[in-house]
Design a protein around this ligand. Structure first.
Ligand SMILES: [Zn+2]
Length: 310
């Protein structure tokens, strides 16, 4: 399952490849699960949209789309316009021929939409040539003005595609890479939940997953089961730095292998940070040689060193 660093890497890779390109048309598959917004809304938001930016928010990939539409000449293409605006145009014409004349000139109107992709467990976004084989489990194909295609492939269908028009997408929580210390301390204040659960709570920090939570807690010397409210300011200060360091290192590792995630033939799995505790149950701690323990907190595996972490 792609974690925040992988999603960041994918978003950066896509930004390099498709920013500035224009979506000419959209094909959506029959499977309902991947479509969080109705198919016609997704198509309407994407078609003729210029990709102004691609960025990560939490574990979502957000495509900012600008639509530059030309106002239709009033007389000849009246049929293509909604009845309401046709009526409005007619009355303008009747009242003032001069302004009707002005209406015929090209008048760009700009609108903004966002396409939001959550990759779920197995979702992938691929930049393809049209002749590339369309893989099984392809749920969306965006045909781009550059001649390429952007495809969404997801065998297990936990990924989600949605669009917003009016308000900007809000992923909830704060960005772990951007949050300042004061805000970070505040997130955990008075919380009785285990610190590990609080780290995974997407309403607090968005996008910190299980692996990076364990690795951050190890570096900060905090046991995963420790109540958030009982951690000291000093520990949380260490944790604040550890979360950023772990995620930043993982992103840096991913930067060199961007093509693995977005190429049509990129079958390689995600890169992995050298884990110090995650998945190392029974193996010696890299610091003190004590065997790493594994416990389950809120249904998630948690790994820690019983000596280094308090
Ligand atoms: Zn240790």
């Amino acid at each position: 399952m792609p974690e925040l660093p992988e999603v960041e890497t994918i978003a950066r890779g896509l930004a390099k490849r498709v920013t500035g390109d224009v979506v000419e048309s959209v094909w959506l598959g029959q499977k309902k699960e991947p479509l969080k917004s109705p198919a016609r809304e997704i198509a309407a938001a994407l078609e003729r949209g210029r990709i102004a930016a691609v960025r990560r928010m939490g574990k979502h990939i957000v495509f900012d789309l600008d639509h530059v539409e030309r106002a239709l000449p009033s007389a000849s293409s009246g049929q293509a316009m909604p009845a309401k605006s046709r009526g409005a145009k007619r009355s303008t014409q009747a009242a003032s021929p001069a302004s009707a004349e002005a209406d015929r000139s090209v008048r760009p109107t700009q609108s903004h939409a966002q396409w939001i992709v959550h990759l779920g467990m197995t979702g992938r976004l691929q930049v393809c040539e049209p002749q590339d084989e369309v893989l099984k489990h392809t749920h969306a194909i965006l045909r781009l003005a550059s001649g390429r295609e952007l495809r969404f492939v997801d065998p297990r269908r936990f990924g989600r595609l949605s669009v917003t028009h009016t308000v900007d997408f809000d992923a909830g929580g704060v960005e772990p890479l951007e949050v300042d210390l004061a805000h970070f301390l505040n997130l955990f204040h008075g919380r009785k939940a285990p610190i590990k659960s609080a780290l995974l709570n997407q309403k607090l920090l968005r996008g910190v997953g299980n692996i990076y939570a364990d690795e951050s807690l190890f570096r900060a010397g905090i046991r995963p089961r420790r109540r958030a409210s009982s951690t000291t300011r000093q520990q949380l200060t260490k944790l604040h730095a550890a979360v950023k360091a772990v995620l930043t290192e993982a992103i840096a590792l991913g930067g060199s292998s961007i093509s693995d995630y977005v190429d049509a033939d990129g079958e390689e799995g995600f890169f992995q940070l050298q884990h110090r505790v995650y998945g190392r149950e029974g193996e010696p701690c890299l610091v003190c040689k004590t065997p790493i323990k594994r416990i389950v907190i809120a249904g998630r595996s948690s790994h820690y060193c019983p000596r280094c972490q308090k």
